[in-house]
Ligand binder design. Structure first.
Ligand code: PLP
Length: 429
């Protein structure tokens, strides 16, 4: 009898938690932008675990901070007592958000639990029963966060009673930035004038770039106009920075690109550098409301908080937002060159190291190349490149690499994608 591989043992022991076990490969380690397979293969990871490994894999600053916290606090469950790493982390987060959000920090384990807690708290604290979010939005995978999401992958999941989904303006698909912005604002104004009285709306949840919905970058002034409407009607603006925040977009916060100041900001993924921690930062009366209480045992876990603190310090010390801007531009330039050659590439968009490449069967009809996108991701993996795909039609290649990415690594990724696209187009997959 042959010994089962790690991948086979995974399949035999762990639930297929989702379709996301896409690659038939087990991983035994990581080294910066590379994953190391159980077969010794080094895979260039331009996904960075859906953006969570913002410092890359096995970063020394996280290792050091985690080891220190483990030795001193042993990962104690300290729900009922204060601990130094979580206090320092909260203080740090309060110091980096706009003043209007700098009240209190709620600490959780995932983007999902943070978003659902905020949704509960804003309704209870304002006494308004409604929430607005976007078609295509992904705010998480727990019941409460799915209930305020608009991604088609979650169709069939019960939505929150007071949820209204609105269109996210998409310049590529909605006739250009100007037209997309005007239509989306018009939609919102009509809602407020009719079926959704704005004084019943507690909050509007935004993703400053809609990542799982397709790395859609909003028209430049759209969120400024949305913010003005929210202020006019006393609606809280909640910004989900889980995937594109903390340096990834080339600015510390992605919302900075659009000149807005949210009331509540949600962090996850890259905050823990791969360890499970999230944070919602907002006004004291919201974050301290009893509806924000959630009695999860390992809230504010010192080991994860120490990791997050190390992440924030490393981003600041090494100016990784600037690196994301520079290497992100370099990577985008490389992808733009591929667009000259590969007719399947319909659009390239993003900010910093949050980039989407939309694949279409032809550029005129813009028909989503769904099948070809999955094939491209698979072929890229065979060639040594890890990417994922996102989008409401699953046809956007998503790049969320480590913020530490070098130009040489970006070039190597572009070369492998070039080959993968050729192999798919010419039927070699
Ligand atoms: N919000 C956004 C924008 C995300 O992209 C995700 C995950 O992909 C989440 C929230 C949920 O985060 P988590 O998977 O850590 O629960």
């Amino acid at each position: 009898m042959t010994t089962p591989s790690l991948y086979q043992r995974d399949a035999a022991a762990i639930s297929k938690m989702s379709f996301l076990r896409f690659f038939p490969q087990a991983v035994v380690g990581g080294d910066g932008a590379y994953l190391i397979g159980d077969d010794g293969r080094r895979l260039l990871d331009l996904s960075a675990s859906w953006g969570a490994a913002g410092l890359g894999h096995s970063h020394p600053s996280i290792r050091k901070a985690v080891n220190k916290a483990l030795e001193s606090q042993a990962g104690a469950s300290l729900l009922s007592t204060a601990n130094l790493p979580s206090v320092e982390l909260a203080e740090k987060l309060l110091s980096i958000v706009p003043k209007r959000a700098a009240g209190r920090v709620w600490l959780g384990h995932s983007g999902s639990d943070a978003n659902e807690t905020v949704a509960r708290a804003v309704i209870a604290a304002t006494g308004r029963p409604r929430i607005l979010a976007f078609n295509g939005a992904y705010h998480g995978g727990t019941s409460g966060s799915m209930a305020i999401s608009g991604h088609p992958a979650q169709q069939g999941v019960a939505k929150a009673a007071g949820l209204t989904l609105i269109p996210y303006p998409n310049a590529y698909r909605d006739g250009g930035a100007e037209q997309a912005e005007a239509a989306a604002i018009d939609h919102l104004e009509k809602l407020f004038a009719g079926p959704v009285p704005p004084n019943e709306v507690a909050a509007l949840f935004i993703e400053p770039i809609q990542s799982d919905g397709g790395m859609v970058v909003p028209p430049q002034n759209y969120f400024r106009k949305v913010e003005a409407l929210c202020r006019q009607h006393g609606i809280l603006l909640v910004c989900d920075e889980v995937k594109v925040g903390l340096g990834r977009s080339g600015r510390l916060h992605c919302f900075e690109h659009f000149g807005i100041e949210p009331d509540i900001i949600v962090f996850g993924k890259g905050l823990g550098g791969g360890l499970p921690i999230s944070a919602a930062v907002g006004p004291t009366e919201i974050m301290n409301h009893s509806a924000a209480f959630s009695f999860q045992t390992v809230h504010g876990n010192p080991v994860c908080a120490a990791a997050a603190l190390a992440v924030l310090e490393t981003i600041e010390r090494n100016d990784l937002a600037a690196n994301a801007a520079e290497v992100g531009q370099h990577l985008t330039d490389g992808l733009e060159r591929l667009k000259q050659k590969h007719r399947m590439i319909g659009d390239i968009r993003g900010r910093g190291l949050a980039i989407g490449v939309e694949l279409v069967t032809d550029r005129m009809s813009k028909t989503p190349a769904r099948h070809e996108t999955a094939l491209t991701v698979y072929r890229a993996f065979e060639l040594g490149l890890v990417l994922y795909y996102v989008g409401v039609s699953s046809n956007i290649l998503e790049f969320t690499p480590p913020l530490t990415l070098t130009k040489a690594e970006a070039d190597s990724g572009v070369d492998m994608l070039d080959r993968a696209l050729s192999d798919v187009a010419e039927g070699r997959v």
